[in-house]
Structures are given as C-alpha cells and as structure tokens.
Design a protein around this ligand. Structure first.
Ligand code: IPE
Ligand code: IPE
Ligand code: MG
Length: 253
C-alpha cells in the first residue's frame, strides 16, 4: 500500500470494522482491471471478468453490512475509445450480470439499477435493463440498491439535465427564478439517491475521471493502489474505517 495509506487513510490493516457506522452511500470507480491482467500476461478482458466477480462480492458485502446505496462506475462515456474487442467483452459482461441480476434480485434483496445514457447501448442490453428495472421497482424503496453506471459521464449527465430543464422553461413549466440546486439534482440519473458519502478509487489513480461530478461536492475520497480485481472485503473495511476517522464539516466549523 505504501504512500497512499499514509496520505489518505489513517486506517490500520485488519482493524475490526465498526458496522454501526457504515456510510449510507458508497461509490467505487472500478479501476485497474487491465493492469491486473497485464501483470499476469492475460488479455485485458480477463481482468474485466475478474473485476466483475469482485463487483459481485463487494456489492453483496455492502448489502450485508448495511450500506443502503452502492454505486459503481463500470463504463464511462470516454471508454468507447477502447479497442472494439475490449468494448465487446465489457458488453458481454453486462449481459451476463444483468441476466444474473434479473434471476437473483428477489433472493438477494438488492435492487440493481443501471444509470447513464443508455441510448447507444445494444438493443438487447437495453431490454435487459428495462427488465431489471421492473423487478427493482417491485422490491420497493427500502431494498438496498446497487447501481451500475454504464455509458456514464458526469459532464454528460449535467448537460442532459440542463437540456431537460431548458425544455421545461421553454414551455413555461419552470420559471428560471425557481431553479435551485435541488432542481438540478432532480434531473440527474441519481435523482432518487442521496449523494455518495464515500467514493473509493482503487488502482493508484488519483482523479475522478468524470464520475459523479455534481454529487461528489462533499463526498469523502479514499484512494488505494490495490487493483480492483484484487480488492477484498478487508479493503472495504479499511476504506470505511478511514471514512469514520474523517471530520466532515460541509463548510462549517
Ligand atoms: C477499469 O479498468 C474498467 C473500465 C474502465 C471498464 P481498466 O480497464 O481501466 O484498467 P486499467 O486502468 O487499464 O488497469
Ligand atoms: C474510469 O476509469 C472509468 C471506469 C472505471 C469505468 P478509466 O480507466 O477509464 O479512467 P482513466 O482513463 O484512467 O482516467
Ligand atoms: Mg483504468
């Protein structure tokens, strides 16, 4: 772990997690799959496959310890730049996990949601997402939520919200003077969720890469150089313990 732990987290390895104080909303930038595979002489797609397993493990763990919202960055608006083969491998993983979500959602009690601009996704995936959405609706508001951000970009999300609000202004449904920060939040993909309390980025990169730009105004960040496919429930404990040592002032004293 080295330097990152010293700078960003005062946590100690294997410190028992105080489950009574888990963040309500944890978000993760699932990064490092490619490097994980490269280190092993494997194709990048193999890293994505293991990263997807990690998602399943960590999402389940979060639900078990009482995290209400777990949101992961799975594919950014910029990730289309990658080789077609890699994009296709990622789409196949989304197919696999959406199938699994539809089959197991009632049993697991986790409502799976997909957020982002879904319009350019393959038609069959769009259908799967609609199906999963219907099941999630049936689980109701009190179920834990796991949100997959696919073709998600923070700037794109804000741009789309501005467009929708502008349309309403145009037809006289919204008065510009009545636009508040809350109005904007309501037009984002995350309208029904609280802002993330804790945002974790594994893999050693220290940037947001266009993730939850509006919603992260007062999120606590936790960076670790563990690659996402290697991320364990103990790494989640470390992140939560570090979070619990932070003093969130929200601009106050
Ligand atoms: C994150 O892992 C997953 C996606 C962006 C889809 P990367 O594929 O970015 O892995 P690295 O950063 O190249 O190691
Ligand atoms: C961010 O990771 C996007 C996801 C994890 C889905 P990237 O690997 O795409 O980000 P950069 O290119 O390192 O900023
Ligand atoms: Mg990356």
């Amino acid at each position: 772990m080295g330097i990152f732990k010293n700078i960003f987290g005062k946590n100690k390895n294997n410190e028992a997690l105080n489950h009574s104080s888990v963040p309500r909303h944890i978000a993760v930038i699932m990064d490092g799959n490619g490097r994980w595979a490269k280190k092993r002489g494997m194709p990048r797609s193999a890293g994505h496959a293991v990263g997807a397993e990690t998602f399943r493990t960590i999402a389940t763990y979060c639900k078990d310890i009482g995290v209400q919202y777990f949101t992961v960055y799975a594919f950014s608006t910029e990730n289309w730049k990658r080789p077609e083969q890699e994009v296709n491998a990622l789409m196949d993983l989304f197919r696999k996990y959406l199938t699994e979500a539809a089959e197991t959602m009632f049993e697991s009690g986790v409502a799976v949601r997909v957020i982002g601009d879904l319009s350019p996704l393959p038609e069959d995936i769009k259908k799967q997402i609609a199906e999963v959405d219907k099941i999630a609706d049936k689980l109701g508001e009190n179920a834990a939520t796991a949100s997959l951000c696919i073709n998600y970009g923070g700037r794109d999300e804000i741009k789309n919200a501005v467009k929708k609000i502008a349309e309403k202004v145009k037809v006289g449904e919204i008065n510009p003077e009545d636009i508040t920060e809350n109005t904007i939040s309501k037009y984002l993909y995350t309208a029904k969720m609280p802002d993330p309390d804790l945002i974790i980025r594994p893999s050693g990169e220290i940037r947001t890469s266009n993730f939850l730009l509006w919603q992260s105004a007062y999120s606590e960040y936790y960076f670790t150089d563990v690659l996402w496919p290697d991320f364990k429930t103990s790494d989640m404990d470390d992140a939560i313990n570090a979070f619990n040592l932070r003093n969130r002032r929200f601009g106050g004293v």
